[in-house]
Design a protein around this ligand. Structure first.
Ligand code: DGL
Length: 263
């Protein structure tokens, strides 16, 4: 099984991309709805729960961990990789950063995410490590998560809020924008309308899914350990709000949640 975790329902956008590229592997998902949002929590909290969830997923028998939550990826992935050395751990930031570097022509990259992700500087640090000439401009967009969870993907008010956050980035003449949060790919069309056609949008979930596929193709010993089939399990630590809406947006069908708080 592939273990995927997030603070809540947003990680389903990552599952959606993984299904596109790796349709036949069994997935065990954990959304920490009892404790969300992670995006406004401190680093220590996010690290503590990311470790607990990883340990729990490993007990369930997963052979790979995908940290679908960008905030957990930003604050906790280094600690997770240190503590759980024997298991491949994938985070959302590195594949997106590589794709952004390949994409940009003018070396001006925009990054949007939760307050925690932006405060951590994780995207910037990884970008600058690969290309010190890059210029980046980041903005936290905390209102995007509740808008998506409300299902307001295409409302007038949503576009106004997108403008408020993103027009300052547009003025910086970025040519690439990283959607550094699980929920933002569901706003991709509205974001593209505001930011303009010239700006290429990077969906980290898609970059991650491609990287995971490549990894499994090159590592048959891991690949062969992962159960195949469609018996996916979606655990949530508390009732997920508007799961029907989000799962329809991602999969065109309702998924069946298992409510269980192991902590
Ligand atoms: N999953 C979070 C992320 O990608 C967004 C929701 C939250 O703040 O918990 O950063």
């Amino acid at each position: 099984m592939i273990g995927i975790f997030d603070s809540g329902v947003g990680g389903l956008t990552v599952v959606k991309e993984i299904f596109k590229y790796l349709s036949d592997y069994q997935i065990t998902y954990f959304g920490d709805t009892a404790r969300l949002p992670y995006g406004t929590k401190g680093a220590n909290f996010v690290i503590r729960y990311s470790k607990k969830i990883t340990r729990w997923l490993l007990k369930k028998g997963v052979k790979i961990i995908v940290v679908a939550c960008n905030t957990s990826s930003a604050w906790a992935s280094d600690s997770l990789k240190k503590e759980f050395k024997n298991i491949p751990i994938f985070e959302m930031i590195s594949p997106a950063v590589k794709e952004a570097i390949k994409t940009t022509r003018n070396k001006k990259i925009g990054i949007i995410g939760t307050p925690g992700t932006i405060k951590s500087g994780a995207y910037k640090k990884k970008l600058i490590k690969l290309d010190s000439d890059l210029k980046f401009f980041s903005t936290a967009c905390p209102l995007f998560v509740p808008l998506v969870e409300e299902g307001w993907i295409d409302e007038k008010v949503t576009k106004e809020i997108i403008k408020k956050y993103l027009l300052p980035l547009k003025e910086k003449n970025i040519d690439t924008l990283i959607l550094g949060c699980t929920h933002y790919p569901l706003l991709k069309e509205a974001i593209a309308e505001v930011i303009g056609k010239k700006v290429k949008i990077i969906n980290p979930a898609e970059s991650l899914a491609k990287k995971l596929k490549e990894f499994l193709e090159n590592r048959p010993e891991v690949k062969n350990k992962i159960k195949k089939g469609s018996k996916h399990k979606f655990f949530f630590s508390d009732e997920p709000y508007n799961l029907g809406k989000i799962s329809h947006l991602c999969f065109n069908k309702r998924i069946k949640p298992i409510i269980k708080d192991p902590f």
